[in-house]
Design a protein. Structure first.
Length: 291
């Protein structure tokens, strides 16, 4: 008989709730896609088309490109916009705890289950659930997700016999190539087919460098207002440096650089010297160094 040991996982998180960054609700201010490049125009069009249906969506792209923004955009532009939005990270939550958070549990079903708990799927009924980094889910979790996607039914942990029907739109994101994972025996092919009804690929920042000035302006204005600091000036040499950089961390890396400069940068403005001292880049030997 399978025994679920979930109490240790919950204790590691300091109680019966997982971190707020692991399960997110909808914030309309966090779904803005910045950029006027052809790649972004194509991405917006794909989002607009996908938003018109309730089909499952698989969002692919490297870490830091903004897959979460695309997922939020799908929800905001779709027919479920007034319904709940929940996003849960499959990579940052232990597997046993992930099952409880997704499907819920009954009081007494394991040590520490002092009350009934509605999972993410139930709490997002008629809304949208984002499975962030689905590629990091275990084989057992993939099996549970497949059954839910097939029938739209679930059982809370500790519940036997009866099932609960839930209507949610499922969106999954991945930074990894799922076909390669299927070939390696790390991801179920049938689950891949269930998720890959509509596929949206988010391009890396190095493939849309013409968006960098607009992104810089967006983040500089945002962080200057947030921290009540002067909006930085970016000289021509610094702009050339930024547009020539490969951006392994994509938009998230650019965002962090701008935030750091707004807080700590010199009054004269952003220049290549500051960037060389503050932006880690991967050297040819595979370690990090500064330009």
């Amino acid at each position: 008989m399978f025994t679920l040991d979930i109490s240790a996982s919950r204790h590691a998180f300091g109680g019966n709730r997982i971190p707020t960054e692991s399960v997110q609700m909808f914030d309309s201010q966090e779904c803005e896609l910045v950029g006027s490049s052809p790649a972004m125009a194509t991405l917006r069009q794909e989002i607009a088309v996908a938003a018109q249906s309730n089909a499952k969506v698989l969002i692919t792209g490297e870490s830091g490109v903004g897959k979460d923004m695309v997922a939020r955009g799908l929800h905001q532009r779709g027919g479920r916009r007034s319904r709940p939005f929940r996003a849960i990270s499959c990579s940052s939550v232990p597997d046993s705890l992930l099952e409880s958070e997704l499907f819920g549990h009954l009081r007494g079903s394991f040590t520490g289950a002092i009350r009934d708990h509605r999972g993410v799927f139930e709490s997002a009924h008629r809304g949208t659930v984002v499975l962030d980094e689905i590629s990091d889910s275990s084989a057992r979790m993939q099996s549970l997700l497949l059954r839910f996607l097939q029938f739209g039914e679930l059982q809370r942990i500790g519940e036997y016999g009866s099932t609960r029907h839930v209507d949610v739109r499922v969106v999954a994101t991945t930074r990894r190539d799922l076909i390669e994972q299927v070939s390696a025996g790390e991801f179920r092919l049938d689950l891949y087919y269930r998720l890959n009804v509509i596929r949206i690929h988010v391009p890396p920042l190095r493939d849309r460098v013409e968006d960098i000035p607009e992104l810089l302006d967006h983040f500089a204005t945002r962080f200057s207002e947030h921290y009540q600091m002067p909006c930085p000036v970016i000289d021509r040499d610094a702009m050339a440096w930024l547009t020539g950089y490969r951006w392994p961390g994509n938009v998230r890396e650019l965002r962090n650089i701008v935030e750091r400069f707004v807080i700590t940068g010199k009054a004269g403005g952003l220049d290549p010297a500051w960037l060389a001292d503050n932006v880690p880049v991967r050297s040819s030997m595979g370690s990090y160094a500064s330009l």
